[in-house]
Design a protein around this ligand. Structure first.
Ligand code: AHN
Ligand code: ZN
Length: 345
């Protein structure tokens, strides 16, 4: 077993080495040419060019969102939730990840016990240097912002499926990434079982009823002493005409990562979506425990709707279905995150 792995690692390194040599050779040739036409005395530091960022396919991302919604609401402890979780595990494996599932029991806002299933896909898990990407995959069990059928679960197309859909489309490319940090994709569970709106306060106790999967991961990471350079959380990233303002808690915990992501969006032509202004509108989310406990600087890319001064008007209602989702929004977010991941040395 050990010998076989070593042989494979050797082969991989040889291929990688050979490719690097070839690219290096081309770079050197270009440099020599440059010197003939424009001689300068400054010694140049040649940095190996990074492989081009793969194309983010928004239709593929859209199909991943639709597939999740088709399972029905992914409410913890339901058959739809279990089936969708099995599908997510299979997809991550199909795309070359090593998958770890975290199963636990957590206590929700009303004291009831709830099963928890965090799903983690890792590419090049042996690399110490890592990037963490995350999104919650569960669906809110009630429509407390609606006016009817308030105790029935929502479709969760934008709130839940959109972030996972973008990350699955990124996952589809990750086995081709042989350079830079390793990547972990964390699908958190029981994010959206927080205290209902009518009893919700802005106090810490109310806030702690959200993001139970991320809280669990922050206390019990899948790898002892888990560290990553930075983390990016995607939450509600698929709505038509969505705008992404710098989220205040992200700016507080991880200003450099916020700037990196918003600048990258601008460089790709998505400055119309990623607005470089800070808004305070997220009481808590999965990035908070990751920042506080694991001390991994982690940001939240989450829609800010100026008309509600919070999330979209369909938020936590039965209207959060596929009609809300636009592939162009998934594209703006997906291209940006994929570019950030690919350009990291
Ligand atoms: C609160 O509502 C306190 N935070 C937003 C977290 C959330 C809920 N994201 C999606 N649904
Ligand atoms: Zn929600």
């Amino acid at each position: 077993m050990g010998t076989r792995m070593n042989t494979n690692a050797f082969k991989n390194n040889m291929t990688r080495g050979a490719r690097f040599f070839l690219i290096g050779g081309i770079a050197l040739l270009a440099a020599c040419n440059g010197e003939q036409t424009a001689p300068d005395k400054q010694p140049r530091v040649e940095v190996a060019p990074l492989p081009p960022t793969p194309l983010f396919d928004q239709d593929s991302a859209y199909a991943f969102v639709a597939r999740q919604v088709a399972f029905g609401p992914r409410v913890p402890a339901t058959a739809a939730h279990q089936a969708c979780g099995d599908w997510l595990v299979a997809k991550l494996k199909e795309y070359g990840a090593e998958v770890v599932e975290q199963r636990a029991t957590v206590t929700i806002f009303n004291g009831q016990s709830m099963p928890l299933r965090n799903i983690i896909g890792s590419w090049r898990p042996e690399a110490a240097d890592r990037i963490l990407l995350l999104a919650h995959w569960d669906t809110r069990p009630f429509a407390d912002k609606d006016t009817e059928r308030m105790n029935q679960p929502i479709p969760g197309a934008n709130d839940g499926a959109s972030g996972v859909g973008v990350l699955l489309e990124i996952a589809r490319h990750l086995s081709a990434k042989e350079h830079g940090p390793g990547v972990d994709i964390l699908f958190t569970d029981v994010e959206d079982y927080g205290q209902p709106a009518n009893t919700m306060g802005m106090d810490e106790r109310s806030m702690d009823t959200w993001a139970l999967g991320a809280q669990y991961f922050a206390k019990n990471p899948h790898v002892q002493g888990y560290k990553a350079r930075f983390g990016i959380l995607l939450d509600m990233v698929g709505a038509r005409d969505a705008l992404f303002y710098k989220e205040a808690l992200s700016v507080q915990f991880a200003p450099a990562i916020v700037n990196k992501v918003w600048r990258t969006a601008e460089s790709l032509g998505h400055a119309d979506r990623f607005i470089p202004e800070t808004k305070y509108f997220v009481g808590t989310d999965d990035h908070v425990p990751i920042n506080k406990q694991l001390r991994i600087p982690t940001i939240d890319i989450i829609q800010y709707d100026p008309s509600t001064q919070a999330f979209g008007p369909y938020w936590h209602t039965h209207d959060d279905d596929m009609d809300v989702i636009d592939p162009e929004t998934l594209r703006a977010v997906g291209r940006t995150v994929l570019e950030v991941v690919w350009k990291e040395r």
